[in-house]
Design a protein around this ligand. Structure first.
Ligand code: SF4
Length: 446
């Protein structure tokens, strides 16, 4: 009845509803529209692994003075990512988009990616969740992404011809096999197109990134764009190859040339016949924060906030309340401690639904407990734990430690604090040494 009143007795027009939803998604995402530039985005670097190798990528290179995809200063666990988001949102309330864009592929790190997205959605249900992927594992994880609320998706598709692709991708890890040459490129392209179609059918707003590589895929851009248009991708972002030899990429070291701005303009014009073109992409780092073109230095943000010193959140499984003497599987609550360089603070115990009945069952990876609920801890101390939950917790970014079994909890916490103090002092020495040795002109050097 209510519906009739709202629509003057007519059935709601589903295509109009879809168009309105899409327009709202476009207008509030800085990468999908110029209107969206009033909003800020934060990339959370929680995904170190990648399931393919591209000849233009070298994730090992890191300089905080450099901006290009795949580069980060520090990897985050899901718990750290959620804390970073909350902090950034306090400083930049216009933050509307949370993206996971590497430094590897988000879907080659599905547990950390999904755990981070869930934690962010719980902290701010209005924020847009966004993923940037090579598409190889998209079909496999699409349902999870939809379930957690991802509506914006970027897939990097550089070609739809394996003869071209074999010059871009030296290997692809698919179905437990490392494929090379044409077979690698074909497997990737097939999965990308399947994922593209499924994501669009599921109502996601899909942007396709293409790296323009002179002599390799420049002659192919027009036919690629026609195909993307046929599938229904929303926007096409043709980005110039970055191949500075200093980055140590294969293309960089082999002297592969970058496209000129004329070449880029011509490619966009040709592709523009079939696909709406994006021209404002900044090729951001995988830990970029702020409005486009007005990136915030996350390190300075963290440094100016003494209220949030480096800390470790520890969960302890204990029967006696004095010793680390409980099997993870039996715990129905965890003692919760916050350790900083100067303090060890007890927080309220964390209630937990028992994972299993101990030893045998704890190795059964079918135990039906959502371990994501523990993702806000950094470290778990228990006397024993099965392989399956240990692996799953470590994938979520938690360190699991059974070395303190049957030891006094307060001794264990003090020892962890001492390790933390010595690591911080080593890191400080390392930073000073790196800055002295680098001669890179980067921010650390000044
Ligand atoms: S890399 Fe491009 S698409 Fe991604 S956040 Fe930066 S501007 Fe947006």
């Amino acid at each position: 009845m209510k519906l009739d009143k709202m629509t003057d007795g007519k059935q709601p027009d589903s295509s109009q509803l879809k168009a309105d939803t899409q327009a709202a998604l476009v207008a509030t995402h800085p990468c999908f529209s110029k209107e969206g530039h009033q909003y800020a985005r934060i990339h959370l670097p929680v995904a170190p692994a990648c399931n393919i190798q591209c000849n233009y990528c070298n994730r090992k290179f890191d300089c905080s003075n450099e901006t290009r995809p795949g580069v980060v200063s520090k990897l985050l666990s899901p718990a750290m990512a959620a804390r970073r988001f909350v902090k950034v949102k306090q400083h930049v309330p216009e933050t509307k988009v949370v993206g996971i864009a590497g430094p590897g592929d988000p879907l080659a790190n599905p547990k950390a990616t999904i755990a981070s997205l869930k934690a962010i959605a719980a902290a701010d249900p209005d924020v847009h969740l966004c993923i940037s992927t090579n598409g190889l594992a998209l079909i496999e994880h699409l349902d999870k992404l939809l379930e957690v609320g991802v509506k914006h998706l970027t897939i990097t598709i550089n070609c739809i011809d394996a003869e071209i692709g074999k010059n871009i991708y030296p290997w692809v890890y698919f179905n437990q096999q490392r494929l090379r040459g044409r077979a690698a490129a074909q497997a990737l392209i097939d999965q990308q197109l399947l994922g593209l179609e499924a994501a669009i059918n599921a109502g996601m707003l899909v942007k396709v990134n293409t790296v323009l590589i002179p002599g390799i895929n420049d002659h192919h851009i027009e036919s690629l764009a026609i195909e993307l248009g046929r599938y229904g991708a929303f926007i096409h972002n043709i980005m110039p190859l970055i191949s500075d030899p200093a980055h140590g990429t294969y293309f960089g070291l082999m002297g592969q040339r970058e496209p000129s701005s004329e070449m880029l303009g011509a490619a966009r014009e040709k592709a523009g016949q079939s696909m709406q073109q994006m021209t404002h992409c900044q090729q951001c780092r995988a830990d970029a924060v702020g409005k486009l073109g007005q990136d915030i230095d996350i390190n300075s943000l963290e440094n100016v906030e003494p209220a949030l010193p480096p800390h470790i959140r520890v969960a302890v499984a204990s029967k006696s309340n004095l010793l680390v003497d409980q099997h993870f599987g039996y715990a129905t609550e965890f003692q919760h401690y916050l350790i900083t360089e100067n303090s060890i603070q007890a927080e309220a115990n964390f209630s937990w639904q028992q994972y299993c009945g101990g030893d045998e069952q704890c190795n059964d990876d079918k135990a039906n407990r959502d371990l994501n609920q523990l993702a806000h801890f950094d470290l778990l101390l228990c006397s024993r734990i099965g392989l399956a939950p240990r692996q799953e917790l470590e994938d979520l970014g938690l360190q699991v430690d059974t070395h303190y079994a049957l030891r006094d909890i307060s001794d264990a916490l003090r020892q962890i604090q001492q390790q933390m103090q010595s690591e911080q002092s080593n890191q400080h020495h390392l930073l000073v040494a790196n800055a002295a040795n680098a001669g890179c002109g980067g921010k650390e050097c000044s």
